[in-house]
Design a protein around this ligand. Structure first.
Ligand SMILES: CC(C)(COP(=O)(O)OP(=O)(O)OC[C@H]1O[C@@H](n2cnc3c(N)ncnc32)[C@H](O)[C@@H]1OP(=O)(O)O)[C@@H](O)C(=O)NCCC(=O)NCCS
Length: 181
């Protein structure tokens, strides 16, 4: 069933895009342009392989003809205990890395930017992290922000800087429920 992409907590312009869903064979990934060459290149060349090989699962929202309007990629990760934040360390053993889910890439096609598609993608990634954390230990969702644009976007949604890492941010799983609309 198709639905409008909405912010969840406020009305948005109705876009005829699919719900956020796993990347599949019916999706058209060529022609996706977010304005950042490296991201466009990765998506066109490696998204399918990464998705199928388990390197990072890719989730998309798409137009009715399958043309992708936005995507993100999710993988498991771990942060050295000593390099994590005090909030991440709480109640965990210093002998083990801190288990995380990593949002490794995220982008919205130029034609759909600033229309709350990024918000829908991030909310989906957050919801998925929460679900995964019910079956395996996950302390935080960590974002590798490749540049200041995604960093600013994530900070807007309450992510905090990982100490000493300017472009790595985290959101504690225990705080995630409160961040969902
Ligand atoms: C960054 C990006 C993912 C944001 O997606 P988007 O669909 O344009 O953003 P939305 O319309 O969903 O914005 C939702 C909210 O975030 C805010 N926001 C968007 N981009 C922001 C930024 N760079 N810094 C701070 N806030 C930002 C919006 O103002 C909006 O605020 P509101 O809650 O007050 O309405 C998208 O612009 C993009 O793909 N850019 C190019 C590629 C890129 O830089 N990817 C990240 C590197 S991996």
């Amino acid at each position: 069933m198709r639905r409008e992409v909405s912010s969840g907590n406020k009305p948005s312009r109705v876009l005829n895009l699919s719900p956020v869903e796993p990347l599949g064979p019916h999706h058209n990934i060529s022609g996706f342009t977010c304005g950042k060459h490296d991201l466009d290149y990765w998506f066109a060349k490696y998204a399918r392989t990464s998705n199928e090989a388990g390197g990072g699962r890719v989730f998309v929202t798409a137009e009715p003809d399958g043309q992708v309007a936005g995507f993100y990629a999710l993988a498991t990760g771990a942060v050295d205990f000593a390099k994590s934040s005090p909030q991440m360390q709480a109640d965990l053993s210093a002998n083990f890395p801190v288990s995380t889910i990593k949002l490794t890439r995220m982008a919205v096609d130029r034609r759909f930017q600033k229309q709350e598609v990024g918000r829908s993608l991030l909310i989906d990634a957050i919801s998925r992290t929460l679900r995964l954390s019910r079956d395996a230990g996950v302390k935080a969702l960590v974002v590798d922000a490749l540049d200041d644009e995604l960093r600013g976007f994530c900070k807007h949604f309450g992510f905090r800087d990982l100490p000493g890492e300017r472009l790595t941010l985290f959101h504690l799983v225990q705080d995630i429920a409160a961040s969902l609309p």
